[in-house]
Design a protein around this ligand. Structure first.
Ligand code: NAP
Ligand code: F7E
Length: 358
């Protein structure tokens, strides 16, 4: 039975990837940060309390197993590698919000940049000590391209425009360096924006679909947003984790752009999402400078020719279907909220803007 370790398993991509790997017969190990409150909603449906299985720590292989750890703690990463003995490691952990990375630049660089280095060093030592190969996926981002003209592919320059993007560029180069210096199998995915009903609430897509659904049901009236003209290449997270897995099944490691090849502005996303609910977004959206970044990236649109040719990967969900999936999910959520009588001031854009609502 193959074993995989996922950092960032509690995030959007971590949950889809864990589902994919469990479905393919992997034993999946995930790293969870200690928190004062539960934050495992995205993977609760995949996890069985070992006590219910009669597991004394030496139970049957398989399933999802969770370990406390943090990308800031190299010792813990090494112990987790020893405990999990993974064949494949997926490094998805990051402070992944671009706007927040301007507020928490050192932390973002530590987790997303140095964190990757800590993990690669730990994998290098673990693989040597265990005497077997370990394949690593590094979650790179289209943000690394920054101002490089669209469409961006593997040959485009990295011109990052945020602390987040700079940290991801560093992680990318750590990966290439460790591949060349030590012969480690490290594949760098360069993924363009990918969304789903499990997206974090402060990313623009889910912020819009959540608000549109609540406005439709009279649970809120306004949605506060920043830049509306920026264009992004939005795909479905469930499709993108397949590309991650395929990268680790190749005979040699490489770097791959993963994208739909279609870009839309935030304005177009608003039109599609509100339009599905027969609402006029212009009657509800209020521009709020606090949601703008100090510098913006105007246009990201990926050319994933290499991934399509080499991995045989292709995105199944296109823009209109993605928007519909998210709006329909959030409408169902809002209907349940209304039925439960939750207070009307709960939801993105209607709460007092705070650090968590960026
Ligand atoms: P996400 O939903 O924000 O999840 C990030 C994960 O990282 C969460 O599990 C989070 O744990 C964990 N994490 C944060 N800080 C950590 C730390 N110090 N130690 C250990 N874990 C930590 O992000 P996502 O959308 O799933 O994206 C997955 C990865 O792909 C990220 O690295 C992101 O930067 C990258 N990426 C995403 C996109 C996209 O469009 N989604 C595109 C390109 C690249 P908590 O639950 O405890 O916060
Ligand atoms: O912003 C604009 C914002 O925060 C998209 C992360 O997964 O994808 C994501 O980064 C656009 C930007 O995603 C609001 O200025 C307007 O132009 O949803 P976002 P992102 O910054 O593209 C990349 C590939 C990653 O790697 C990242 O980890 O929408 N925008 N008004 C807004 N954005 C937010 N969040 N909130 C607003 O109110």
């Amino acid at each position: 039975m193959p074993r995989a370790l996922i950092t960032g398993v509690t995030g959007q991509d971590g949950s889809y990837l864990a589902e994919l790997l469990l479905g393919r017969g992997y034993e999946v190990h995930g790293i969870v940060r200690r928190s004062s409150s539960f934050h495992t909603e995205r993977i609760d449906h995949l996890y069985t309390d070992p006590h219910l299985l009669g597991d004394d720590g030496h139970g049957e292989p398989g399933g999802l197993r969770l370990h406390y750890g943090d990308m800031l703690d190299g010792t813990a990463l090494r112990r987790i590698l020893d405990a999990a003995q993974p064949d494949e490691v997926y490094n998805l952990a990051a402070q992944s919000h671009v706007r927040v990375s301007f507020d928490q630049s050192e932390h973002t660089a530590d987790v997303a940049g140095l964190g990757a280095l800590r993990l690669f060093e730990a994998v290098r030592d673990h693989a040597r000590a265990a005497g077997r190969p370990v394949r690593v996926y590094q979650a790179g981002s289209s943000e690394m391209f920054g101002l490089a003209p669209a469409p961006q592919n593997e040959a485009s320059p990295f011109l990052p425009r945020s602390p987040y993007a700079v940290a991801k560029v560093a992680a990318h180069h750590f990966g290439v360096t460790f591949r060349e210096a030590y012969g480690l199998f490290i594949a760098n995915g360069i993924l363009f924006n990918h969304e789903s009903p499990r997206r974090g609430e402060t990313f623009v897509t889910l912020k819009i679909t959540r608000a549109a659904a609540r406005i439709r049901l009279g649970l809120q009236d306004r949605l506060y947003l920043g830049e509306l003209d920026a264009r992004r290449d939005w795909g479905f997270a469930g499709d993108y984790v397949v590309a991650m897995w395929l990268m680790l099944q190749q005979p040699v490691p490489g770097d791959f752009v993963v994208a739909t090849g279609e870009s839309h502005s935030v304005r177009e996303f608003l039109e599609a999402a509100f339009g599905r609910l027969e609402l006029d977004w212009q009657a509800h959206v209020v521009l709020d400078p606090r949601y703008r970044r100090p510098v913006e990236i105007p246009h990201l649109c990926g050319d994933s020719t290499r991934a399509r040719a080499t991995l045989g990967w292709t995105p199944r969900v296109r823009f209109a279907e993605l928007v519909a999936m998210m709006v329909d999910h959030d409408l169902d959520l809002a209907q349940r909220e209304r039925a439960g009588g939750a207070p009307p001031n709960v939801g993105p854009g209607s709460r007092a803007p705070g650090p968590g609502r960026a």
